[in-house]
Write a protein that binds this ligand. Structure first.
Ligand code: NAI
Length: 285
């Protein structure tokens, strides 16, 4: 199968890797050449590491199955299944879905990795609302082998069935979210927890203290601020704004807005709640 992944950022490159590891041909599309280059080198690093550890064989073959492009129209024409992972902004998603709808074969399912935007809303940009579905991965998709499969108002049973098959074929467990509710299941909970953690920060606690508490006492695998830095401060900020716009009662902490304006986006820029260097920072864009 030829899978088109649109958006090669924090999530897109990991999703592309998971799809290629499962034996699919993958086209990774982004508007930015530097991001594509960076995505490929991160995938290569990860695939080689998996081979060194004996977890996979044939890293070269996996890498050969991946190609990159900035031409969404041409890529859409070749795709058998699409996963969109562009920025969490409704207008950008609409533009991408319109282009996909106009250029993909009629039978192609268009899945979105959105964290918060209703599937029903994204589907509005297309004439194939029955074939638009949520396929929500978690970061990093190579390690967290779970997806939420979200049914929009118009998503057909067949689309859900085929998406479940696809998720299984790339080695993912899944949770079926039968109602298109804001934040779906897991982010609905995460959002509340994270905003509460920011309140503690504003009351004078330090990220290290809060993260140590949740890791060593609440048993979470990563600290809350580590997760936000890893996910992208901008992505979390966009997620909060999107759910709030849709009537979900949540405050968007001013601190996050300031961090976004200052370019403190987390690992990808080398600075977020913590500081990073080397491999994790991405090329200047
Ligand atoms: P990101 O900002 O790291 O990457 C987004 C990419 O989309 C960028 O490389 C950008 O150049 C590209 N892009 C923007 N407009 C485009 C267009 N018209 N065509 C092609 N590419 C375009 O964002 P991230 O974090 O990867 O998020 C992507 C999606 O995944 C969002 O919907 C987000 O809510 C969702 N998500 C994010 C998670 C995370 O932990 N970061 C977890 C699960 C879902």
């Amino acid at each position: 199968m030829k899978v088109l992944v649109v958006g090669a950022g924090t999530m897109g490159h990991g999703i592309a890797e998971v799809c290629a590891l499962a034996g699919n041909e993958v086209i990774l599309c982004d508007i930015n050449e530097n991001i594509l280059k960076n995505a490929l080198s991160r995938i290569e690093w990860s695939v080689r590491k998996l081979e060194q550890k004996g977890r996979i064989k044939g890293a070269d073959d996996v890498l050969k199955r991946l190609k990159t492009t900035t031409d969404l129209v041409e890529a859409a024409k070749e795709a058998d299944f699409v996963i969109e992972a562009v920025v969490e902004k409704t207008e950008v998603k609409h533009e991408v879905f319109k282009t996909l709808d106009e250029n993909c074969r009629d039978d192609v399912i268009l899945a979105t990795n959105t964290s918060t935007i209703p599937i029903t809303d994204i589907a509005m940009a297309t004439k194939r609302k029955d074939k638009v579905v949520g396929l929500h991965f978690f970061n990093p998709p190579t390690l967290i082998r779970l997806v939420e499969i979200i049914r929009g108002r118009d998503t057909s049973d067949e689309t859900v069935r085929k998406t479940v098959e696809f998720a299984k074929s790339i080695g993912m467990d899944y949770v079926l979210v039968e109602r298109d509710v804001p934040g779906f299941l897991i982010n609905r909970i995460n959002i509340r927890v994270f905003v509460e953690a920011i309140r503690l920060l504003e009351e004078g606690f330090k990220p290290e203290q809060i993260d140590a508490a949740v890791k060593y006492r609440a048993g979470l695998p990563m600290g809350l601020f580590e997760v936000v830095d890893f996910s992208g401060v901008d992505t979390v900020y966009n997620v909060l704004n999107e759910v709030r716009k849709r009537g979900f009662e949540v405050e968007v902490p001013g601190l996050l807005e300031r961090m976004v304006l200052e370019g403190r986006l987390g690992m990808k820029t080398g600075k977020g709640f913590y500081e990073y260097s080397g491999f994790y920072t991405r090329a200047k864009i």
